[in-house]
Design a protein around this ligand. Structure first.
Ligand SMILES: Cc1cc2nc3c(=O)[nH]c(=O)nc-3n(C[C@H](O)[C@H](O)[C@H](O)COP(=O)(O)O)c2cc1C
Ligand code: SF4
Ligand code: SF4
Length: 417
């Protein structure tokens, strides 16, 4: 029997059986798809963004970034909001809520003026969705009144959040664009307007690859391309950074946060939870592997909780947030020398090359033994540890204190999988 743990969570006053939700995109864009996702184990869906404007999509519309045989490090899409009629989408959401009352239905909406936002909010009210998300962040909407141009304009974010909050009592979540320096500004504006939660991030404006045949970006649409949204594993660090900055802000620290961006595995889920997210959203990994990724997410998380003795998500949500501190507050009094395990070493020489060409020439190469040997120039940067292809072959070793600095007990990572 597999390990069972309670993954349920209260998110904006709504009881969710687990924090795993599909993010607004094609992965949750009609009845059959969402029904299958619910049956596979997803706790809820942020249904594909609905507007009064119905998208007229281009073809092709996707591209991906790869490196050394690893495809889908990053994913680019040129999709806009839903290409289905507004009424059909609301009908789908209504039927899904009826058929799956325990699952959480979040309507993602986008208007192009206050009237449209009110109109869409009213339709959400009539259909009886659990939550509403405002898409202030799609980077490929052509009008300046919609998408990420709105998300980088705090006045519009405040006004549109207010329009929704005045129209319905359903809690409103503002979805942020990462195409901005400081996300706390529009996030605070959204809360001032009446939003109850924040979700982040939408996709990052990008040009992924240049096609040499057509001399344009990818994907090639009749010889042309556009700057458009980047998602998937590559954006996780950017998402985590924005989320931490928001949750550490005095005015946003208690905001129910929904984390999005590059979530593929249970470990990614855990990382967003540890920074303080109460809800998780996923698209790109579902586009690559299907709805079943949720099985790994819930099983992995339950196993980890079991190992650590946690019974519920609230036992550890936000635990890592306080340990993310300003760079000037880091303890700079010591260096940790790398420890080389000769038995695990396969003699590839990558640590030597990297340290010589890009580190501090602190490794001598023993040609006879084909093994690295540390000399006294080491600064403890751990580039060698990062390039070594063998897990736990180079590990943090002796701690050396800089002259005159006070020795204290230090915490360090010991196990590198
Ligand atoms: C093909 C595609 C279509 C998307 N459409 C929408 C959309 O209609 N509304 C929206 O808010 N976000 C949309 N997104 C953004 C995702 O919801 C999500 O914020 C982003 O992809 C980052 O998460 P991920 O790395 O798990 O994909 C779309 C993303 C992709 C890849
Ligand atoms: S820690 Fe940095 S300086 Fe020291 S051996 Fe490794 S790469 Fe070289
Ligand atoms: S990179 Fe790792 S495996 Fe390769 S020589 Fe250095 S220690 Fe050995």
């Amino acid at each position: 029997m597999g390990i069972k743990k309670d993954l349920s969570i209260d998110y904006l006053g709504v009881k969710c059986e687990n924090p795993f939700f599909l993010s607004s995109s094609p992965v949750g864009s009609n009845y059959e798809m969402v029904a299958k996702a619910f049956e596979t184990g997803w706790g809820g869906v942020f249904y594909k963004t609905i507007g009064i404007f119905v998208a007229d999509e281009c073809s092709p519309r996707f591209d991906h970034v790869k490196k050394e045989g690893m495809p889908w490090l990053g994913f680019k899409n040129m999709e806009q909001i839903s290409d289905k009629p507004t009424e059909v989408n609301f009908e789908n959401m209504y039927k899904l809520k009826k058929a799956y009352p325990e699952k959480i239905m979040v309507a993602s909406i986008m208007g192009s003026n206050e009237d449209e936002w009110r109109k869409l909010a009213k339709m959400c009210d009539e259909v009886g969705v659990d939550l509403i998300e405002g898409n202030f962040s799609c980077p490929q909407m052509t009008s300046h009144a919609m998408g990420s141009d709105v998300g980088s304009n705090p006045d519009l974010v405040r006004a549109y959040s207010k329009a929704v909050a005045e129209t319905t009592k359903i809690p409103f979540i503002a979805k942020m664009t990462p195409n901005i320096t400081d996300m706390t500004i529009p996030a605070i504006a959204a809360m001032e307007g009446g939003a109850k939660g924040i979700s982040a991030i939408n996709t990052i404006k990008s040009i992924t690859n240049i096609d040499l045949d057509n001399m344009t970006g990818m994907p090639v649409v009749n010889g042309k391309s556009s700057i458009s949204g980047y998602s998937g594993a590559a954006v996780k660090p950017v998402a985590l950074r924005f989320i931490a900055q928001m949750l550490q802000h005095e005015k946003l620290k208690n905001v129910p946060m929904s984390g999005i961006g590059g979530i593929e595995t249970w470990r990614d889920c855990l990382e967003f939870l540890l920074l303080g997210c109460r809800n998780l959203q996923v698209t790109t990994s579902v586009m690559q592997y299907g709805y079943r990724v949720v099985e790994d997410m819930s099983n992995g998380l339950m196993h980890w909780m079991d190992e650590r003795g946690y019974d519920k998500l609230d036992d550890f949500i936000g635990m890592a947030l306080g340990n993310v501190i300003p760079a000037e507050d880091l303890n700079r009094d010591f260096k940790i020398l790398p420890d080389f395990n000769d038995k695990k070493c396969v003699g590839c020489g990558r640590c030597y090359i990297s340290c010589y060409d890009a580190g501090h020439q602190a490794i001598d190469w023993n040609t006879e033994k084909r093994r690295p040997e540390l000399n006294d120039k080491c600064v403890g940067c751990h580039l060698c540890l990062n390039v070594c292809p063998v897990a736990n072959c180079i590990t943090p070793g002796e701690v050396k204190w800089k002259d005159g600095r006070q020795e204290v007990e230090i915490a360090m990572k010991k196990d590198y999988e």
